[in-house]
Write a protein that binds this ligand. Structure first.
Ligand SMILES: Cc1ncc(COP(=O)(O)O)c(C=O)c1O
Length: 477
């Protein structure tokens, strides 16, 4: 790796050939030299052609400008010489971890299109498109369906700060990292988090939620993670949604990892608040959090006794920017990210939700068939496994971190390790959005086989690939 430091002009001349890959530095240097010469030329011409005090003062002020520029340039040189920042071209990667996922070239192109102002009518039309397409993936008619500026955590935080007031009780399903985090946010907002737990890898039983609802007095909301990315558990939601209706409690759902890869039926199931993130099954870079509120939830937001704990995430204020007709400034929208999300959602719409869900399911089954042959078994029981995120236990003789590192360095494939109590014990393999393809499944299994054979964990080459291929050919016939 070459470290570049800025040099004095004479050193620059000496290393001219070497620096040819930094044309912008040549330009800076040229600009500076040209400015000095031009200023003095102008001063000289002024002296020759003109007369009197005015010209002397203009020469003096121009000379001062040159001195200031020279001092500033020296200071910048000093700063830059301590900051060797080079051109960056990302290494080639196949993103098969828990997110971000691969991004379609159309989305990357959308990101690089020219900016519009965030109140430009042409941009407001883009926002309308995003809302329409988000309603489609959320399967909802909710008017309040927007993209929150921020990653999935912004959506998570928004779901609590808008609904929970100090003293409110919230039942939170905790069976992994993200339920735990949600409970923390409830407490930070002055609420009381009543945790309903399940072992990591398993789902929250509706009976446990019902018991908590019966025992806990008034409960403002029940918060459940649909796709627990830390364990690969796929949480059924309908039974818990019914309980929430029966107990007149709001139902909050984290669909960060599931949206666009598995059904999230806001209206049919009766979900009141739901958020997601762009970098998982929507295959867009991270930076926005799709977010929807039912009328019931909106009424609760409007009926608050205290102001929302966050100004930035206050949906009552943000509504005025997203609502048709009003469009009042709240904060500068992340324009390019909204272009990208719109394009990513167009891709979802073109494929169609049912086809997309089938694709995720099929690739996950093929992956599991192959991994099983390698002795890597899913953490969650059959029927409770996410189609876009497979979490498998890594038997103790296999050096999980070393294999993961080799996958990245030798094959350019990223997969995820375990979090919290599962650290060092599991792999989390994401087949989300653009990452969920047959080619990617076979590429990963092939790489794993090679690494396993090299380290003596596998003696029969091809067994994982064969098992996965059988799943594909069974489905094709
Ligand atoms: C289920 C779940 N919720 C919330 C988050 C937080 O999202 P982000 O990292 O985009 O802030 C994640 C991130 O992976 C997640 O998987």
């Amino acid at each position: 790796m070459r470290i570049f430091t800025l040099e004095t002009p004479s050193e620059r001349v000496a290393s001219e050939g070497e620096r040819s890959e930094y044309p912008w530095l040549n330009a800076t240097e040229l600009r500076y030299t040209a400015t000095v010469y031009l200023v003095h030329l102008f001063a000289l011409v002024s002296l020759v052609l003109g007369s009197g005090q005015e010209h002397h003062s203009s020469i003096a002020s121009l000379d001062r400008a040159v001195v200031i520029q020279s001092v500033q340039t020296n200071q910048m040189n000093e700063i830059w010489s301590n900051m060797p920042v080079q051109n960056f071209t990302p290494p080639r990667r196949l993103l098969l971890g828990p997110g971000p996922s691969m991004v379609h070239p159309r989305v990357l192109r959308a990101l690089s299109t020219p900016l519009l102002g965030h109140l430009d009518p042409a941009f407001l039309a883009i926002m309308d498109d995003v809302q329409t397409l988000l309603r489609l993936v959320f399967q909802t008619k909710n008017r309040f369906t927007i993209a929150v500026s921020g990653t999935g955590s912004a959506g998570m935080e928004a779901s609590i700060v808008n609904i929970v007031e100090p003293g409110d009780s919230v039942i939170v399903g905790v069976n992994g990292v993200f339920g735990t985090r949600w409970a923390t946010i409830v407490e930070r907002c002055g609420g009381k988090a009543i945790q309903v737990e399940a072992p990591w890898g398993q789902v929250i039983e509706p009976e446990a939620v019902e018991q908590a609802l019966r025992r806990s007095g008034p409960v403002k909301a029940v918060a459940i993670v649909h796709a627990e990315t830390s364990t690969g558990a796929w949480q059924p939601l309908e039974a818990i949604a019914h309980l929430c209706r029966d107990h007149d409690t709001l139902f909050l759902v984290d669909a960060v990892t599931s949206l666009g890869g598995a059904p999230v039926e806001i209206d049919r199931w009766g979900i009141d608040v739901c958020y997601s993130a762009t970098q998982k099954c929507l295959s867009c870079p991270p930076g926005l959090s799709p977010f929807t509120l039912s009328d019931r939830a909106l009424a609760a937001v409007k009926a608050r006794r205290t102001p929302c704990q966050s100004w930035y995430l206050d949906m009552a204020l943000i509504a005025d920017y997203w609502a048709e007709g009003t469009r009042a400034y709240h904060h500068t929208a992340p324009i390019s990210m909204l272009y990208a999300l719109r394009e990513a959602l167009r891709l979802v719409e073109e494929e169609g939700l049912p086809a997309r869900f089938i694709r995720h399911q099929l690739n996950s089954e093929a992956l599991i068939a192959g991994l099983t042959e390698l002795g890597l078994l899913p953490l969650s029981p059959t029927g409770q496994r996410l189609p876009m995120l497979t979490c498998v236990t890594v038997p103790s003789p296999i050096p999980e971190a070393e294999i993961r590192t080799n996958l990245l360095s030798t094959y350019g494939i990223e997969i995820g390790g375990g979090l919290g109590p599962l650290k060092g014990k599991v792999w989390r393999i994401g087949l989300m959005g653009q990452s969920s393809t047959e080619a990617h499944v076979l590429t990963l299994l092939n790489a794993l086989e090679e690494l396993f054979i090299r380290s003596g964990w596998l003696s029969t080459p091809g067994i994982a690939l064969l098992a996965a291929s059988r799943v594909y050919s069974r489905t094709a016939s």
